[in-house]
Design a protein around this ligand. Structure first.
Ligand SMILES: NC(=O)c1ccc[n+]([C@@H]2O[C@H](COP(=O)([O-])OP(=O)(O)OC[C@H]3O[C@@H](n4cnc5c(N)ncnc54)[C@H](O)[C@@H]3O)[C@@H](O)[C@H]2O)c1
Length: 438
């Protein structure tokens, strides 16, 4: 089949590659020309897609990355994998709307459109269907198939990949469901059909809200346990031996990425708007998790204070800017807030992260030294932070080191050997006089 994947990011690129590998002719369409140029020469910015997987597909012509709108013409299946951010706390569906407008121009009878972007229940039927119909003159269900299938991709997870993670599928009617299930059935080992698009949309939000709430629970517990002089990590390890009824979550410096800081708010927004009620679990989890960077800075200030130092004038080395280990994804990362608070308090902040590449994951700062606006996706949140390598010299010269993302390729022996003080937010280092755990 001729397949178009609109959006070539963490979700769209692996999907496009998989579809090309199983024999479809795939156009990976993205409005970001810089990304498309990189893909066209076989360079991938998504860790899970190495260049060795991309290049054969480019060479045999089964995968065409393109920023040219007319290249989407003639598709049998189109999948939308564009961003769904929040703008001032409100869902911003403008990227889905733009994709829908383009796909509608090229929609043919018998074709299938699937939305994968995370969004509130009702989006596929109430927003996407009317846009596709208005732009094409066709009727959803009667003339073309339409469905929703949430993405479960976990960047950097070598065990659970697109192929072996069960995929929830839905359609606006039985024929649409059959078309959507047929397409994904050729890409993944197991599809999980649900009865309507709304259940599929809610499934994704349930999964992410579940994580968000449980992370908030252990984060709040970690703060209390510290003040009570109890080792929360040991309690978590012990609780994790329970073979039923418990799932392990660990504390950290806050949540990041495209999902947890954003998706639960899509659900609470919908509940508030449709029912006039607040989703208290989401609000509480947002509150706890979004304040973790403040707690990290408070703990750091206390540790410096114990060493007769103030934050102002101290040299602080942040290890790991990505929101989680082994990924270059720095979207919504709590490291940005930690850096911002420390810079504001007068610390000299440096940071090491071999995965987060300026110009790829975070664009070059427009004005060096100036932090971009909070919600500007094209701003460098680390503008005021000098990027360094975690060398023995840098480690030894810092008054304090904060381990925020425990990438496997940091040299942890060097960290313990050279750092004067480490606040370990991931319990990666052996305990010692100079190491404190969050
Ligand atoms: N990253 C994850 O781990 C993950 C997991 C599950 C679901 N999701 C969801 O999937 C969606 C995409 O997330 P992502 O992480 O791939 O985002 P991303 O930012 O990595 O990629 C999105 C891409 O879409 C492109 N784009 C924007 N407008 C476009 C348009 N009109 N037409 C074509 N391309 C356009 C952007 O340039 C970008 O390259 C979001 O709704 C997100 O919540 C993400």
């Amino acid at each position: 089949m001729r397949v178009v994947i609109a959006g070539q990011g963490y979700v769209g690129l692996p999907l496009a590659v998989r579809a090309a590998e199983v024999g479809h002719r795939v156009v990976g369409y993205d409005v970001d020309e810089r990304r498309i140029k990189r893909l066209a020469v076989g360079e991938s910015y998504v860790e899970d897609i190495p260049a060795e997987r991309l290049r054969p597909l480019l060479e045999n012509g089964s995968y065409l990355p393109s920023a040219e709108p007319s290249d989407v013409a003639g598709f049998d299946v189109a999948v939308i994998t564009v961003p769904t951010p929040l703008r001032e706390g409100v869902p911003d569906l403008s990227f889905i709307e733009a994709s829908a407008a383009l796909l509608a121009q090229h929609l043919r009878p018998g074709a299938t459109v699937v939305l994968e972007s995370t969004t509130y229940p009702g989006t596929t039927e109430e927003l996407l269907a009317p846009l596709l119909e208005a732009g094409s003159g066709l009727t959803a269900g009667r003339d073309f198939h339409l469905g929703y299938s949430p993405e479960r991709i976990d960047p950097g997870n070598p065990t659970w990949r697109l192929e072996n993670t069960p995929k929830v599928v839905s359609g606006i009617d039985p024929a649409s469901l059959a078309a959507v299930e047929g397409f994904y059935g050729g890409l993944v080992e197991r599809t999980v059909p649900v009865s309507s698009c709304k259940e599929a949309e809610l499934t994704k939000l349930l999964e992410n809200t579940f994580r968000h709430v449980n992370i908030a629970l252990v984060n709040e517990l970690a703060m209390f346990a510290h003040d009570l002089g109890i080792d929360v990590w040991e309690a978590i390890d012990a609780a994790s031996t329970k073979p039923f009824g418990y799932l392990r979550f660990t504390p950290g410096p806050g949540v990041g990425g495209h999902c947890l800081p954003i998706d639960p708010s899509y659900l609470s927004w919908r509940v508030e708007r449709a029912l006039g009620q607040s989703f208290r679990f989401v609000e509480l989890a947002n509150d706890v998790n979004s304040h973790m960077p403040d707690y990290v800075v408070r703990r750091l200030a206390e540790a410096l204070n114990d060493r007769q130092r103030s934050v102002k004038g101290s040299r602080v080395l942040l290890l790991g800017l990505a929101y989680k280990k082994n990924t270059g994804d720095a979207r919504e990362t709590p490291a940005a807030r930690v850096a911002e608070l420390l810079v504001r308090m007068g610390a000299e902040v440096r940071a090491a992260d071999p995965h987060v590449v300026v110009g790829v994951h975070v664009p070059e700062p427009v004005i060096p030294g100036q932090r971009a606006a909070e919600h500007d996706p094209h701003g460098d949140p680390f503008g005021a932070v000098r990027r360094v390598e975690a060398s023995p010299e840098e480690l030894a010269a810092a008054d304090a080191v904060v381990l925020l993302a425990d990438h496997d390729d940091f040299d942890y022996e060097a960290v313990t050997a050279h750092a004067r003080y480490v606040l370990d937010c991931r319990r990666r280092l052996p305990r010692g006089a100079a190491v404190e755990v969050l």
